[in-house]
Design a binder for this molecule. Structure first.
Ligand SMILES: CC(C)(COP(=O)(O)OP(=O)(O)OC[C@H]1O[C@@H](n2cnc3c(N)ncnc32)[C@H](O)[C@@H]1OP(=O)(O)O)[C@@H](O)C(=O)NCCC(=O)NCCS
Length: 174
């Protein structure tokens, strides 16, 4: 059984909604630009392959101690989806460690959406038994580094598959 479940998270402009398979068609259009894969590799999914991916993601991790938490980012005033955030949560020491990542569709970039979503996610993780948040970011990816910085993460000298490990310790806020 997974240890954590994604819950809706509200920020000033955004609703982070737990990801469902039904989001795949709209998200395939949001994520259709190949430029989104410059630093992470891969190519855009078709609606069909994204539905299959979301089916696997929402089925959960095969390892019962690891939680796969995924949200779509809804821009409230426009009632449209603009990207996703995710957290992979694993046991570590006396609590849990969360690896987080984000993506925002090209038409919605440079409006502070990833920053606002990442901050909201880290605040939510701080209310769970999570003691550390990490992210892996390509050393040339300035936008993602700026998002991580805004969410309170700092770069470490650790590397993971050619990317820098960023980290933030979080105290329980409740
Ligand atoms: C990284 C990403 C999520 C940023 O999304 P975004 O909503 O445009 O980010 P924001 O608007 O919150 O901007 C965050 C910062 O990045 C900067 N930025 C945004 N796009 C940039 C670009 N192309 N080049 C340089 N800086 C950029 C912004 O100016 C801002 O910096 P500031 O806080 O110093 O002003 C988006 O570029 C993306 O989805 N990229 C592809 C997927 C990816 O690589 N994800 C990262 C995996 S860890």
């Amino acid at each position: 059984m997974n240890t954590l479940q994604a819950q809706a998270i509200d920020t000033r402009r955004l609703d982070l909604l737990p990801l469902h398979v039904e989001h795949a068609d709209e998200m395939a259009a949001v994520l259709s630009d190949p430029a989104l894969h410059t630093f992470t590799g891969g190519t855009p999914d078709t609606p069909q392959t994204l539905r299959s991916r979301y089916q696997r993601m929402t089925a959960g991790s095969p390892d019962p101690v690891i939680s796969w938490l995924n949200w779509v980012i809804r821009l409230r005033y426009a009632s449209c989806l603009t990207g996703t955030v995710q957290a992979t949560v694993s046991p570590s020491g006396q609590g849990l460690i969360a690896e987080i990542a984000w993506v925002v569709g090209m038409p919605w970039q440079r409006r502070g959406i990833a920053t606002e979503a990442a901050r909201g996610l880290v605040v939510w993780l701080g209310r769970q038994p999570v003691h550390t948040v990490i992210a892996h970011i390509h050393p040339d990816h300035r936008a993602s580094a700026a998002v991580a910085t805004a969410a309170g993460l700092v770069p470490t000298d650790e590397w993971h598959e050619g990317e820098t490990r960023w980290r933030r310790s979080i105290r329980q806020q409740l």
